[in-house]
Design a protein around this ligand. Structure first.
Ligand code: PAD
Ligand code: ZN
Ligand code: ZN
Length: 361
């Protein structure tokens, strides 16, 4: 079939609206009508060439839609089902899938490398970013990377559960398992960081410090649970300031920017004995991150998590949390766009004017 898609032909170029050819679903795959798809900073990293990929490419990985057709061997989905794709499939067979120690699947790691997708432009193959690709009216995906969700939940905003919301909330509740009464520092109050803040609030954190160079983030951050806001440009010794503020170092910190300098600051502002610092932000390809050994030897732990440590089968529960008003997604959706406004959407992100922009189809 022919479908309209926003295609990126090379880094640092605008998305082009194209009519592309899409193959039907093969064995184990599903054809999905995309109803809503969010703009994540991880897509922007690829647009800006900070994360290498093969072009031309279909980007977009934070979506919700309806199953239109199933390939052979797909038993657990049927046409009409409402679904949210997720970057971590569940093959159910690999060593990672059967380990309680990780939310990853070896297939997720394999799909981080470009391979042949189901889309073509004038006969030339288009890659699908990290095995997904949702900036299109329709997409074909492996069924093992799609979560079936309740049909009364609105596509906009539950698409956000496909990446940003789950990454932030899950980092706190599923990965760090922050205890009530903890002190938490969040670096970067964007589409991910504000969900870390809401996760910390749900966990019952006593103190939630938000650090962002954009002062305009303060009011929404406070609405979501930040108890103190810091603009780091106004504080000469940021880490010692944060150590004092948290009474000897934070119990937990989360880096939601993707900057090696702030990753190090996030480590150093935690309690030297039991502090735990989580890297969530994606740093530019080839970047290194450094620490002074003395900052680790008393017991601090420096770690990270992918997609908040969540598994595909937890997505329906997160949708329930939204429907039961346990989590707030609506206040974070600042812009709604058409697919042909994707370039404007990423400009808003670059300028720090949006939290989450969603394309509705
Ligand atoms: P965003 O652009 O919405 O937010 C980034 C925030 O960081 C903005 O509010 C900026 O003002 C702020 N910021 C930038 N530089 C600094 C600085 N030096 N000090 C303090 N604040 C600063 O992005 P996002 O929230 O969509 O994504 C954040 C990162 O998380 C990004 O690197 C993205 O690729 C990554 C990500 N990781 C996962 C994962 O599973 N690990 C998933 C999704 C996104
Ligand atoms: Zn994302
Ligand atoms: Zn697996």
């Amino acid at each position: 079939m022919n479908v309209t898609a926003a295609i990126l032909h090379a880094p640092n170029q605008p998305f082009q609206m194209e009519t592309v050819e899409l193959d039907g679903p093969r064995e184990g795959e599903v054809l999905i009508q995309v109803k809503a798809t969010g703009l994540c900073h991880s897509d922007l990293h690829v647009c800006e060439g900070n994360v290498p990929w093969q072009f031309p490419a279909l980007l977009g990985h934070e979506a919700a839609g309806i199953v239109v057709e199933c390939g052979s061997g797909v038993d657990d989905l049927k046409p009409g089902d409402h679904v949210v794709p997720f970057l971590i499939p569940r093959c159910g067979k690999c060593a990672y899938c059967s380990s309680a120690k990780t939310n990853l699947c070896l297939e997720a790691l394999a799909r981080l490398r470009p391979r042949e997708g189901r889309f073509r432009l004038n006969g030339k193959p288009i890659t699908q970013l990290w095995g997904l690709g949702t900036f299109a009216e329709y997409t074909v995906l492996p069924a093992d990377t799609v979560a079936k969700v309740r049909s009364d939940a609105p596509f906009d905003p539950i698409c956000y559960i496909g990446c940003g919301a789950t990454t932030g909330i899950g980092a706190v509740l599923f990965s760090a398992k922050v205890e009530a009464g903890s002190s938490v520092v969040v670096f970067g109050l964007g589409g991910i960081g504000l969900n870390v803040v809401q996760g910390a609030r749900i966990a019952g954190a006593r103190m939630i410090v938000g650090v962002d160079t954009n002062q305009a983030k303060e009011s929404i951050a406070r609405e979501f649970g930040v108890t103190e806001f810091i603009d780091p440009t106004s504080i000469p010794k940021l880490t010692s300031h944060l150590m004092k503020m948290t009474g000897g170092g934070a119990d937990y910190s989360f880096e939601c920017i993707g900057n090696p300098t702030t990753m190090r600051q996030a480590l150093e502002c935690t309690n030297l004995a039991w502090g735990r610092s989580y890297v969530i932000g994606v740093a530019p390809h080839g970047a290194d991150v450094c620490a002074t050994p003395a900052h680790l030897m008393m017991g601090r732990r420096w770690t990270g998590c992918y997609m908040g440590g969540a598994r595909l089968n937890q997505l329906p529960e997160l949708v329930d949390w939204y429907m039961n008003k346990k989590i707030n997604l609506d206040s974070l959706i600042t812009h709604r766009l058409r697919l042909d406004q994707l370039n404007e959407g990423f400009e808003l992100m670059k300028k720090g004017e949006s939290i989450r922009a969603i394309v509705t189809l």
